[in-house]
Design a protein around this ligand. Structure first.
Ligand code: NDP
Length: 247
């Protein structure tokens, strides 16, 4: 197993990509701690799925955009598990609208959850990783953070911001044995994309050379590798998992 005795924090593990990441890490032997905004039952289901692999798993209700809640969660994990070896900043939301119609509240909400949330977790967890002189940080960005997308100025800004943060953190922490990389998913089948109309989905499919949507496991497989020793010499990278969409 690639991640035996490691402890991972995965934000937003109650559903979708986050859940698949939790389960994939657990399958490789990692203890998993996840957080959620309101989906307690779904998060507990993720915990059960992880426990089936014989690891310890817990879910803690934590708003990733709330500094005090994040600090509290990270302190609890450190107390209970002793180390934090892997951090996956996955929690994310969309509040799409054309720029001229986008409200200030919707802009702030998306930046706070998607970008500030990753900053808060990285700041709290990296203090522990620096003492350990080891750690893997993986940020879930998006291909639209690389390419932009009409109707998603707030979301694309948050995901492009994550790429800038990934490279900065990679440079700051490389000498401490910590890597930081971004995974940029393309169009993956989850609740987030289920909201889209058939017409939008058909238009999207035309832009994907592999002509099919991705699965949550496609993202989880790469995250598992980046969290493992096999990826020890990879840092500051943005890796697209998108069926060729961003080429
Ligand atoms: P989902 O909408 O399926 O799940 C989002 C997860 O984030 C849920 O677990 C949700 O918890 C959690 N969450 C949302 N807000 C907060 C918050 N403030 N505090 C704590 N947890 C929160 O999303 P996906 O699985 O589709 O996406 C996961 C990540 O991948 C996101 O960052 C997204 O931007 C990114 N991504 C997704 C793509 C796709 O095609 N699906 C493409 C590119 C990137 P709860 O259940 O409690 O609401």
């Amino acid at each position: 197993m690639l991640l035996e005795n490691k402890t991972a924090i995965v934000t937003g593990g109650s559903r979708g990509i986050g859940r698949s990441i939790c389960v994939a890490l657990a399958k490789e032997g990692a203890n998993v701690v996840t957080c959620y905004a309101s989906g307690a039952d779904a998060a507990n289901e993720t915990v059960k799925m992880c426990e089936e692999y014989g690891v310890k798993a817990i879910a803690i209700k934590t708003d990733v955009a709330n500094g005090a809640e994040v600090a509290d969660m990270v302190a609890k994990v450190k107390d209970e598990f002793g180390s934090i070896d892997i951090l996956v900043n996955n929690a994310g939301i969309t509040k799409d609208n054309l720029m001229l119609k986008m409200t200030e509240e919707d802009f702030d909400a998306v930046i706070d959850t998607n970008l500030k949330g990753a900053f808060l977790f990285t700041k709290n967890v990296s203090k522990i990783m620096i003492k350990q002189r080891a750690g893997k940080i993986i940020n879930i960005s998006s291909v639209v953070g690389v390419r932009g997308n009409a109707g998603q100025a707030n979301y694309c800004a948050s995901k492009a911001g994550l790429i800038g943060m990934t490279k900065s953190v990679a440079k700051e922490l490389a000498s401490r044995g910590i890597t930081c990389n971004a995974v940029a998913p393309g169009f993956i089948e989850t609740d987030m994309t289920a909201k889209l109309s058939e017409t939008v989905v058909d238009e999207m499919l035309k832009t994907i050379p592999m002509k099919t949507l991705g699965k949550t496991e496609d993202i989880a497989n790469l995250v598992t590798f980046l969290a493992s020793e096999g990826a020890r010499y990879i840092t500051g990278q943005v890796i697209c998992v998108d069926g060729g969409m961003a080429m």
